[in-house]
Write a protein that binds this ligand. Structure first.
Ligand code: NDP
Ligand code: ZN
Length: 189
């Protein structure tokens, strides 16, 4: 993939990634009561990066595509063919091994976070921030206070290893965490 030279080239490539992700995730929903389209999450993660001016073009494209291998039939080869090796490698860094039990996948996110590349750290930080914001405003159906609390605690352990990546994004994550915990404190005496 040749380097983009204009803002228009960047917009074209980001929209190409969104178009690919929209097709791949087209039947998927988030876990909230409205069954929000999954694509909204990909917009939220990428938007969190652009709002703080973080991320070069491959990082923004990988943010759009970050769940394609994990949650759809997309292969690493397909990503390379459409978006190049750097985007492919970033998405692979963001992909959990679905063959492992869930608890192990969650443990490994904590173990692997310190070794992630700076670009992958940025996307992980935006992903965790978007999920905490969803937990507050569009929570998954059926989640107890305790389950939310465990999710906050787990995400905080991952994010500890992502710090020093982008101050503004870390501040946004910290706000989402504080607001989320405060909302739990209101329902649990
Ligand atoms: P899950 O991994 O099942 O769910 C959270 C993930 O769902 C997010 O990381 C996000 O992933 C995606 N997601 C989709 N919709 C939403 C939404 N509206 N808001 C936020 N996230 C959304 O969570 P866990 O199973 O890890 O649950 C949290 C804790 O609760 C765990 O520590 C677990 O031990 C405990 N627990 C788990 C139970 C279970 O049945 N698994 C039961 C009781 C407690 P993405 O960005 O990839 O889309
Ligand atoms: Zn995600």
């Amino acid at each position: 993939m040749s380097e983009p030279t204009t803002a228009n080239d960047s917009a074209r490539l980001i929209l190409r990634a969104f178009s690919f992700a929209a097709a791949k995730h087209r039947t998927q929903k988030r876990k909230d009561a409205d069954q929000t389209p999954y694509l909204n999450h990909l917009v939220a993660v990428t938007h969190a990066l652009t709002e703080v001016g973080a991320g070069d073009l491959p990082t923004l494209m990988a943010a759009v595509l970050h769940d394609t291998i994990e949650d759809t039939d997309t292969t690493a080869g397909e990503l390379e063919q459409h978006f190049g090796a750097e985007v492919r490698d970033l998405v692979l860094e963001l992909t959990d091994d679905q063959a492992l039990p869930k608890a192990e996948r969650k443990r490994l996110q904590i173990v692997h976070a310190p070794h992630a590349s700076p670009k992958a750290k940025l996307i992980k930080l935006a992903d965790k921030t978007a999920n905490l914001e969803d937990l507050l405003t569009l929570p998954p159906v059926g989640w107890s206070t305790e389950r939310k609390r465990e999710y906050y605690d787990w995400s905080e352990k991952v994010v500890t290893h992502l710090r020093g990546t982008n101050e503004a994004l870390e501040a946004r994550y910290d706000r989402a965490l504080a607001e989320g915990r405060a909302s739990l404190a209101q329902v649990t005496p």
